[in-house]
Design a protein around this ligand. Structure first.
Ligand code: KIV
Ligand code: ZN
Length: 522
């Protein structure tokens, strides 16, 4: 089967907008830039970099991503008003290929929020899309909650948006309500019945509330959509969005029945998946399709036997296709610099000599504590190494915890605060609670702990633990992660990392706190 343009599906990644907007998934400016660069490098066609009007931080992120962009179109989100659209344009206009994405909720429930009649909303759509198009020749328009919008009204407003100059019409299944047959049908009918539909690209934007986001997106493509909106690891509000890795791999593996192609280099999937999990603090579930830890693991005897004889018995795609190294070559304390560099390259990390020296020291320290160092250990180590601790106000200098069957447990902690050591002892209900109480005693603060999560990086009692902590203070959210063979030490470091980030945000007088939400759709 030959591939022509009509078979090309554009991949629109919204990890940095719809994904980042999910509670707790906030990323720092530097992290957003890094993820955008990885998306551009992997061949994503359009990157939705943020919602510029939402906060000063969002604006700066979108405009810096636009400035640094290479091949991808850089898109920003704007509600249906001139102020949002102007702000969005100010941020994306620096891109080589900018796009404004403007939207309004068109279903009865959403129309009731700005309290507009159908006609008033239709006028608003005409005015705002025209305004966006006067600024930028690449305009996407979305009727939010399209799948619960009355058919006649949806058809009418899509036509208005096309006449006003929209170049892409996105059909969001905002609440994950549709099903594959309906998803395909809706796009097919719009293309068939809306005048001018053949001059624009139809996009599909699915949420996963019923676990059908991937199926719905692929069905929409069968119905004629040529842009899929998705996020890495399916990150997103509630049950998340369509997962990029799932649609891209489904189109690749089942090209026989879904003859459409994307421009994504699939070998870059694992690396970006790990980075997004790490910076968002949303770990990937073990049995998640494509990127879960167990997605290519074969444990049962029958499976292992079959795999040894012929990998295709139980594998429909090769681990290498998604960027997993074929062999999990185990490293240890006798492994040298060259082996480490080559291993890290396989895992997607290209290091300059000075960076390698630093990582090698950390690797040796880990190998001294742990007999075998696996790929996942190195990924955890790289995550720690990529965090710049130089500017941290708080640092864990010493920690000793006394545990036993009798409560309370106690923690002796030395916390360096702005260069000065503070020694404290605190008790708590368990070693982690005692440790967190000790941090609070050494550096009094009043934040709410929203998440505390521990993952064993590998198997075995000497496994490293990766700890994620999310905390909140007056609407500002910060996450921290750390890995260590000692779970309590990892917990203390993760807690302090989150606290350091919160302090930075506090100093920036709340510039990261979202001032508006995209749900204030008026
Ligand atoms: O889910 C949704 O409807 C959205 C729109 C803003 C496109 O994310
Ligand atoms: Zn969405």
């Amino acid at each position: 089967m030959t591939t022509t343009d009509k078979d090309r599906v554009l991949i629109f990644d919204t990890t940095l907008r719809d994904g980042e907007q999910s509670p707790g998934a906030t990323m720092t400016h530097a992290e957003k830039l890094e993820i955008a660069q990885l998306l551009d490098e992997m061949g994503v066609d359009i990157i939705e970099a943020g919602f510029p009007i939402a906060s000063e931080g969002d604006f700066e992120a979108v405009s810096d991503i636009a400035k640094a962009s290479d091949k991808a179109v850089i898109c920003g989100l704007a509600r249906a008003n001139f102020k949002d659209i102007d702000r969005c344009w100010e941020a994306v206009r620096h891109a080589r290929r900018p796009r404004i994405h403007t939207f309004i909720g068109t279903s009865p429930l959403h129309r009731a929020i700005p309290n507009l009649t159908m006609d008033e909303m239709a006028d608003r759509i005409h005015e705002t899309v025209t305004h966006a198009r006067n600024l930028c020749d690449n305009v996407q328009w979305s009727p939010m909650d399209a799948t619960r919008t009355e058919w006649d009204y949806l058809r009418r407003v899509v036509e208005i948006a096309i006449r006003a100059g929209a170049t892409t019409i996105n059909i969001p299944d905002t609440v994950g309500y549709t099903a594959p047959v309906e998803s395909a049908d809706l796009i097919r009918r719009l293309i068939a019945e809306v005048p001018g539909a053949d001059e624009v690209i139809f996009a599909t934007h699915c949420h996963n509330d019923l676990g059908m986001a991937t199926a719905n997106a692929l069905a929409a493509v069968a119905g004629g959509a040529r842009q899929i909106e998705c996020t890495i690891n399916g990150l997103g509000e509630r049950a998340g969005n369509t997962a990029l890795e799932e649609v891209v791999m489904a189109l690749k593996v089942r090209h026989d029945i879904m003859p459409w192609t994307t421009g994504v280099d699939t070998t870059k999937i694992m690396n970006i998946s790990r980075r997004v999990a790490s910076v968002s603090g949303f770990a990937v579930q073990f049995n998640k399709a494509i990127v879960g830890k167990n997605a290519f693991a074969h444990e049962s005897g029958i499976h292992q036997d079959g795999m040894l004889k012929n990998a295709e018995t139980f594998e429909i795609m090769r681990p290498e296709d998604v960027g997993l190294s074929a062999t999990n070559l185990v490293m240890g304390k006798h492994s040298g610099r060259a082996a480490l560099r080559s291993k890290l390259r396989d895992l997607g990390y290209e290091l300059a000599d000075n960076q390698l020296n630093d990582v090698f020291v950390r690797f040796k320290a880990l190998a001294d504590r742990k007999k075998e160092v696996f790929d996942d250990d190195l990924v955890a180590l790289m995550r720690d190494a990529s965090t710049d601790h130089a500017a941290d106000r708080l640092q864990v200098k010493f920690l000793r915890v006394i545990c036993g069957t009798e409560a309370p447990q106690s923690a002796d902690l030395t916390l360096t605060v702005d260069g000065v050591d503070r020694q404290v002892t605190a008790t708590g209900d368990g070693p982690v609670d005692a440790t967190f109480n000790a941090v609070k005693k050494a550096f009094p603060h009043d934040v709410s702990l929203q998440l505390y999560q521990v993952h064993a990086v590998t198997e075995g009692t000497d496994a490293q633990a990766t700890v994620s902590v999310r905390m909140e203070e007056e609407g500002r959210i910060a996450t921290g992660q750390a890995a260590d063979t000692d779970t309590v030490v990892a917990s203390a470091k993760a807690y302090v990392a989150a606290l350091n980030r919160l302090l930075v945000r506090r100093e920036k007088t709340g510039s990261d706190a979202k001032e508006v939400s995209y749900k204030d759709a008026g």
